[in-house]
Each structure stands twice: as C-alpha cells, then as structure tokens.
Ligand binder design. Sequence first.
Ligand code: NAD
Ligand code: LMR
Length: 341
Amino acid sequence: PDAPRRSRPATVTVTGAAGQIGYATVFRAAAGDLLGPDTPIRLHLLELPQARRAAEGTALELQDGAFPLLEGVEVFDDADAAFDGSSVGLLIGARPRSQGMERADLLQANAGIFSVQGRAVNRGAAEDFRAVVVGNPANTNAYIAASHAPDVPRERFTALTRLDHHRAVAQLAEATGARVAEIRGVAIWGNHSASQYPDLTHATVAGRPALEVLAERGLGLDWVDGTFIPRVAGRGAEIIDVRGGSSVASAAHAALSHVRDWVLGTPADTWTSMAVPSDGSYGVPEGLVSSFPVVCRDGRAGIVPDLALDEFSRTRLERSVRELEEEREAVQRLGLLGPRR
Ligand code: NAD
Ligand code: LMR
C-alpha cells in the first residue's frame, strides 16, 4: 500500500529507431527522460525492412539496460502495427541532409514517409496520441502527417525547433557571460531552417533585458543581426561541416525535452519554442506548422499571446512563413497531402 502509484504504461513509437538520433533517444526515453519518472513505457521501434535487424539489436540492448520503467520493446517494419495504440510518436526516421544539401532537397526524398505514417496514426493510435516530427523538413512533414490524420486533432502534430531554442539560449549565455539557467524568454519563430527567426527582443538575462546586457558588452543590434541570428540559424550546417554528419545527441536531447515539457508542463516563469499548427496568431496562416513561443499546461501547448513584434521581427517571421507556404505548395503539387487541408 505504501508503494508509489504508477500510471499505466504509455506506448511510444519511435521511427528511424536504428538511426543515429533514434539510438541516442530510446535509452534516455527508457530511463524516464521522455515522460518523467512515474510513467512506464512500451517502446515500438519502427524501421525500414533493411534496418529491422539493427533495430532488433537495439531492442536487445534496451533489455540489457534493465530499465525499471521499460515494460516492453517491439520492433516493426509496418507503420500500421507500430502506431497501433500509440500515445507518443517520435517521428525521426528520414534521410538526413548531407554536405551542400538544402532542406528543399529533402522534401521530395522524405515527404512520402509522413503520409503513410499519418494514415497509420489515424487508423490506430490512442486517443491521447501526440507526435513530434524530427525528420526534415520537419515542419512540413508534420503538416503532411496531420493532413492524413483527419480524425486526430491537428494540434497533436508538432515539429522540433527545441534544438534551435537551445542553440539560441546557449549562444546568448556565452555572449553575456551568464549561466544558461539565467536566460528566459528566448523564442524561435517560423521554420526549422536557415530562414528561422531566433528572437531576443523578449529575452532576459538574470532578470534584465538581454538586449540591454548585450549592449553593455558592446554587442548591439548589428551583432544580433549579423552574428547571433546567422549562428543559430546556420548551426545545423555548421555541425554537418565540423562533425561530418548532422547533429545527433543534441537533437535527441531536444526531442525528449519537447515531449516532456508538452506532457508535464513548461516551467512557471518562462516559455519554450515548439513548431505547432498555427491558430492564426501573429499573422501566420492557420494550419501551417510554424515555430512559436509556447507555454504547456495540462498536456496542451498554447502559443504565447500578445507579444509585441517590432518591424524587424515581423519581417523576419514573414520571410520564414513564406518559405513554409512554398513548402506546402510544393508538397501539394507532388500530391502528398491527405484529406485534411
Ligand atoms: P539516420 O540516417 O542515422 O537515421 C534515419 C533512420 O530512419 C534510418 O535508420 C532509416 O532506416 C530510418 N527510416 C527511413 N525511412 C523510414 C521509414 N519510412 N520508417 C521508419 N524508419 C525509416 O539519420 P539521423 O541522423 O537519425 O536523422 C534523422 C532525421 O532527423 C533527418 O531527417 C535529420 O535531418 C533530422 N534532424 C532534425 C533535427 C531537428 O532539429 N528538427 C535535428 C537533427 C536531425
Ligand atoms: C539540425 O538543425 O542540426 C538538423 O536539422 C540537421 C540539418 O540538416 O540542419
């Protein structure tokens, strides 16, 4: 009777489970970093047939972790089976960008994956299903998946910009000599691409306006515009260049943080960034999956309302939203959208 009450196990579907990010994600998910220390999970690992055996190897290793929260692992190469009864989808499986590729090149290569998975979610996922798309181009892939799952609330399909958010926080901390824990109010707007707008206008450092603290260090708006923004927006390419492959553990950490905050709530005194279907806020057309500052409560991610956007911010956001609209038109032309528009 004194044992702590544990909730029922949640089924978590991880696509691309044998890939780099998948491998960096599943062990931490099993250790409680996805849904917290009180929720047992069952893992459904989805892979392509040719990578199924590698995923089976990962399942053996997960068993060897003897994770108290892990109630089972199953490996699939069929999306319908993998999403049956699923409450959380980590949609990672897709081809990563290599040196010299832009995200647009990935549209054609990866978009087809997300129509199949959206249909599978619609058929068999649990009522509380929610997904984060990591596979690029993440925002538009989330849009495609949602279009094929008309019976699932649209807002359950989100995309990962938490990595960009973390990158922005870390760069601001470094530039101001502050600790990461002292930073609040950073926001990523728009697409998870080079057009994204990492916004410092509402950020604070140890309670003081970030732009003021930066100015005291001789870092004015020219630094924000010419160094900070390109550094954050180009960090994915920088990692590819320096590391010789796209980001892995930082992406896994961001995906875990995204879902954990969505389910368990964001801290009381700040927001985070998530790409969510727009409700029309800030002039972003309804339904487009765009990054916004969000606050999560009771399992819902709400766009932070009524922030004042100066002219520069509006222009930057509009530019990224235009790119999202172009991606949406491209997938429409390719016939990749489902019944919900
Ligand atoms: P990876 O090539 O190591 O792994 C991808 C895995 O997905 C492979 O094992 C492949 O077999 C599998 N896969 C492909 N199609 C599948 C399908 N239809 N169903 C199930 N599995 C499938 O790549 P990675 O480094 O793990 O990156 C995965 C994706 O994440 C890439 O698209 C990459 O660009 C993206 N990414 C996004 C962010 C972000 O912040 N949003 C950050 C880093 C990487
Ligand atoms: C990243 O941001 O690191 C990933 O999206 C990889 C990429 O292609 O930029």
